[in-house]
Design a protein around this ligand. Structure first.
Ligand SMILES: NC(=O)C1=CN([C@@H]2O[C@H](COP(=O)(O)OP(=O)(O)OC[C@H]3O[C@@H](n4cnc5c(N)ncnc54)[C@H](OP(=O)(O)O)[C@@H]3O)[C@@H](O)[C@H]2O)C=CC1
Ligand SMILES: CC(C)(CO)C(=O)C(=O)O
Length: 330
């Protein structure tokens, strides 16, 4: 198997780095600002449980574009770009990879498999879900929370899951990835709250004002999902329907009940915080925007998610939980 990581950022470098450390053939396709440093220093891959490996640059193939690249017949693409970059990445992959090449979306949101199918119809898109947070600092990627990667069942998924597990990437193969992706989206509704708060995840989740904003976004999403007949899978230690209730608990009770949820590296922040800090477009439309669209398609409105989309569309803001309450009209 030859893994092509399309989008060498936090998730792509973590997954690709672990596979390469286990001896798998890995090509990283990414930006010069990241790949030049890896070409010089190699890649360090670590996790919350203490795994720590150095992958020398010679164990990786590094490419800034797919043009002219020989795509092996046994290639598996791991698509790790942000949702807004999926269409362009899929078109480049479709032009470079043999028909039928599996393209696994390790992205957040619920729309990327359809985007791959629309922009690269000859590839075989496979849905997946990455539950954990990854922190990228220079040439060091660190998994800052826990959980298993979930993969849609597919003829290619069994061998892929074996390779992932052998590399220390806990993996579960599921019959239907859609409910899992909707379950993850419920958790990702914290991304804009975390990004606006400008706090590390662990601190932000210990702030009740921030948690109640997160809960309001989730409550609207749960209502829309129920109306649409979507039953989100349990991705956190708490069942989806109970999440907003647990988030609204007073701090002391929440901290006691949600001990597993708070098992987060103190430095970890959401991927949306990374984007805001770097001045890049965020995935707000794939998260809150998806809730707004689902609600609208089923005769509902999701006003808090609508306002969150508007807040993230404007200039960079830093808001306390109380200020977010006011901005969302809570
Ligand atoms: N970070 C995290 O902890 C988690 C992230 N996710 C999800 O995983 C996905 C990836 O997130 P993350 O790893 O944080 O993203 P990053 O922004 O860290 O990495 C994506 C990288 O891909 C690059 N890129 C984009 N388009 C191309 C292209 N056509 N060719 C080569 N490189 C390209 C980007 O460059 P540039 O910025 O210049 O466009 C960027 O360096 C997202 O959907 C995210 O929501 C899921 C779980 C956890
Ligand atoms: C793991 C989680 C939910 C929060 O960090 C995430 O998916 C992200 O940052 O995008």
């Amino acid at each position: 198997m030859h893994f092509i990581v399309m989008g060498a950022g936090a998730v792509g470098l973590y997954v690709g780095g672990r596979l390469a450390a286990a001896g798998e053939a890995v090509t990283l396709v990414g930006r010069p600002r990241i790949l030049d440093a890896i070409a010089r220093d190699g890649l360090r891959v670590s996790d919350l449980e203490g795994a720590d490996a150095h992958v020398p640059a010679r164990a990786l193939r590094l490419a800034t574009a797919l043009d002219g690249m020989e795509c092996p017949g046994d290639a598996i693409v791991l698509l790790c770009v942000k949702g807004g970059a999926t269409a362009q990445a899929a078109r480049a992959l479709g032009a470079a990879c043999p028909p039928g090449t599996p393209a696994v979306s390790l992205q957040n949101g619920v729309d990327n498999v359809a985007r791959i199918a629309a922009h690269a119809p000859a590839l075989r898109p496979i849905g997946a879900m990455v539950p954990y947070n990854v922190v990228l600092r220079g040439t060091h990627v660190h998994r800052a929370t826990t959980g298993d990667i979930h993969l849609q069942r597919d003829p290619a998924a069994t061998a892929m899951a074996d390779a992932f597990r052998a590399a220390g990437l806990g993996t579960t193969v599921v019959e239907d990835i859609r409910p899992v992706q909707w379950g993850k989206l419920l958790l990702n509704l914290n991304n804009p709250v975390n990004a606006l708060s400008d706090l590390p995840l662990r601190e932000e989740l210990q702030d009740r004002d921030c948690r109640t904003v997160f809960a309001a976004l989730q409550a609207e999403a749960l209502r829309a999902m129920a109306r649409a007949g979507i039953r989100p899978a349990k991705v956190a230690p708490v069942p989806p329907a109970l999440l907003p209730h647990v988030l609204r608990l007073p701090d002391a009770l929440f901290t006691r009940l949600a001990r597993r949820m708070l098992r987060i590296d103190p430095a970890a922040r959401s991927s949306m915080w990374d984007d805001l800090e770097a001045g890049r477009p965020t995935e707000i439309d794939d998260l809150c925007g998806a809730v707004v669209r689902l609600a609208a398609a089923h005769g509902l409105r999701a006003p808090c998610n609508e306002r969150m989309c508007a807040l993230l569309a404007g200039p960079r803001q830093r808001l306390t939980g109380a200020q977010m309450h006011e901005a969302l009209g809570l």
